[in-house]
Design a binder for this molecule. Structure first.
Ligand SMILES: Nc1ncnc2c1ncn2[C@@H]1O[C@H](COP(=O)(O)OP(=O)(O)OP(=O)(O)O)[C@@H](O)[C@H]1O
Length: 584
């Protein structure tokens, strides 16, 4: 059975949480505001009646005028209170939407985050959510009051003279028909503007992120053209929509306010034929003027309601993504730090990459995964690190399926150093502290000494307080790598995965790095993926991966004898090393 989709209102109520009560008060105060806004119409009607009945006492008129003034003041006060409360609730809603999105992104498979352009998330989580603040805060009190006020006035109108009340509705109905014409393809049109806005954002982010490559390959013009194209499509989507709406909008704005167009001639006719008292006619004129303003405001809000609906839909699109299957609390405790893969199958999107991988990595051993480029080595590492979930088969730690462990318990077990470890735009010290938020400054210094990065950190402009740019842009690839290793060392997890951790390292620094890695992994289960076979030849066990399958495993010597692919790779590696040496 298809699961029923959660409506925008129930999403908003969920995000409002405890602040829901503020929305309830906001609506109640808005109803109070309506009552005091309508009261003057009844008082004016009363004044007209008194006047036509020959009342000459000035004090009576003055008292009624004071009442009208008081009503306006109270209405304004209630309106301000109501709006203040709904703003308060709305800020809580916005904060909760953003928090839910951030929480969610931490729980979804990495693939979903990586496959979505970063501009899209930024756009939804910053600009789009911000853009509903004013609307959401105003819509609750104002939509209520502007809808209720004309309804109450209309009831009074019908009681005074139902024929004129009906006539007064004719322009309103024509106006609303034009409005519905305008709203006919609201959703696709608005979604198109949303899409073109996203495309514009993505093009801008891509242009900035890729500026190095764009400059190096002289692609400035073509890359800029992509951005210009996105900007044109963005403008087009708004202009063509506005063009289509303008006729309906014009008709609506011209016809709707003129209730007098029907009320005046028909009222005069009824007075002339004696079926309507002149005092009631004047009251009807006043009432007919009172219906239109609020109804037009209500009409303008339906546009905003559509906008909120679309934005809530986008956020829901993130929040409804399937998560990594992990329980809140671990179901069992791993008996040791071994890692086992049993018949693991996995594919990005629909294409299967791993076709039944089985591996047994004993606790406290050094294990290497080698194989040709694109064979699936990093994919295996990422699956062990739980960045994705397997499609079938299982990954176990100490005999416990990772799907039965909470993410928190799992994270304590594993340290993962990838090829391109992200460094935050913070100080070197804080970047390393990410490994263990509780670590003291002394522990951080110690770990950098062990990982061979103390010297170069001290040579940086502000030492440990040097801020490294987004993605660690101010450091070399090798320096970033060593900081990532220090971060992983500080975490002190019993299972360590190093995915091409020495990729950026020159032969000179490789020795330092190997040395620091040896310290990092002493007594731990190590899984290392390396292109340079010499760095892993002493491993307890080497797995040869080819085309998504483990084709052989054993020690270096065993594989040289039994696995032709390994021998071929080793020979190639040795000859490259020799060539490099000769060239030196
Ligand atoms: N995020 C992704 N989406 C789609 N396909 C992917 C993704 N990441 C990797 N692949 C594909 O999966 C296959 C295995 O990639 P993987 O990175 O695991 O190989 P590898 O053996 O580590 O390669 P290399 O040694 O070049 O790093 C490749 O064909 C690659 O194109």
């Amino acid at each position: 059975m298809k699961e029923k989709k959660k409506s925008a209102v129930s999403w908003i109520l969920t995000w409002a949480g405890q602040k829901r009560i503020a929305y309830v008060w906001s609506v109640l105060l808005a109803i109070g505001n309506v009552i005091f806004k309508i009261l003057p119409y009844f008082i004016i009607a009363d004044i007209v009646k008194l006047f036509l009945n020959g009342e000459k006492e000035f004090e009576i008129y003055l008292a009624k005028a004071v009442l009208i003034a008081l009503s306006f003041i109270i209405a304004e006060l209630l309106h301000s209170l109501s709006t203040a409360l709904s703003h308060k609730a709305t800020f809580a809603v916005l904060a909760n939407i953003r928090k839910s999105c951030c929480d969610k992104l931490a729980r979804v498979p990495l693939g979903y985050v990586k496959d979505t352009p970063s501009g899209t998330f930024k756009n939804i989580m910053v600009e789009r959510i911000d853009s509903i603040e004013t609307t959401l805060a105003h819509i609750v009190p104002e939509f209520t009051s502007n809808l209720l006020a004309p309804i109450v006035i209309l009831i009074y109108f019908f009681l005074t003279d139902w024929r004129l009340a009906l006539w007064s509705l004719v322009p309103v109905i024509v106006g609303f028909l034009s409005y519905f014409g305008m709203m006919l393809d609201y959703k696709p049109s608005f979604e198109r503007t949303v899409q073109t806005t996203k495309d514009l954002n993505d093009a801008a982010v891509e242009y900035i992120d890729g500026i190095e490559v764009i400059k190096a390959f002289g692609k400035t013009e073509s890359s800029y053209a992509k951005f210009t194209k996105a900007a044109m499509a963005y403008a087009d989507s708004f202009i063509s929509w506005m063009k289509r709406c303008s006729i309906f909008h014009g008709l609506m704005m011209v016809v709707t306010p003129y209730t007098l167009l029907t009320v005046l001639p028909f009222g005069a006719h009824y007075v002339a034929n004696g079926t309507l008292a002149i005092s009631d006619f004047v009251i009807c004129i006043i009432l007919s003027l009172g219906i239109v303003g609020p109804l037009i405001t209500v009409g303008s809000y339906t546009d905003d309601l559509g906008k909120i609906g679309v934005i809530v839909g986008e956020v829901a699109g993130i929040l409804e993504q399937p998560e990594l299957e992990r329980p809140e609390k671990s179901k069992s405790v791993p008996k040791d730090n071994s890692v086992t893969l049993e018949d693991v199958r996995f594919g990005y999107h629909d294409k299967e990459i791993l076709h039944g991988v089985t591996m047994e990595l004993k606790a406290g051993t050094v294990n290497a995964i080698v194989g040709p480029s694109g064979s699936g080595k990093s994919t295996i590492a990422k699956l062990i690190a739980s960045l994705w979930d397997v499609d079938s088969g299982s990954i176990k730690i100490g005999g416990v399926d990772v799907k039965e462990m909470s993410l928190a318990d799992f994270n304590r077990k594993i340290a993962y150093v990838a090829q391109d470890n992200y460094l935050f735009n913070e100080t070197v010290r804080e970047n390393i502290r990410q490994g263990n938020p509780e670590a003291t400054d002394e522990q951080i210094i110690e770990v950098t000494k062990k990982s061979g990065c103390y010297e170069f950190i001290m040579q940086l402009e502000n030492g440990f307080d040097t801020v490294v740019g987004g993605a660690g842009g101010h450091l070399s690839g090798g320096e970033r790598q060593r900081i990532s290793i220090a971060r992983a060392m500080l975490k002190d997890a019993p299972i360590v995965i190093l995915d091409e951790a020495t990729a950026y390292t020159d032969p000179e620094n490789e020795a330092i790095l190997q040395n620091s890695i040896a310290k990092l992994v002493a007594g731990k289960t190590l899984i290392v993926i390396a292109h340079r076979l010499s760095t892993v030849k002493d491993s307890d066990q080497i797995f040869v991966v080819n085309d998504g399958n483990v084709t052989a495993h054993g020690t270096h010597e065993e594989l040289l004898m039994s696995c032709p692919l390994y021998k071929e790779m080793w020979d190639a590696h040795i000859s490259v090393k020799d060539t490099v040496k000769e060239g030196e």
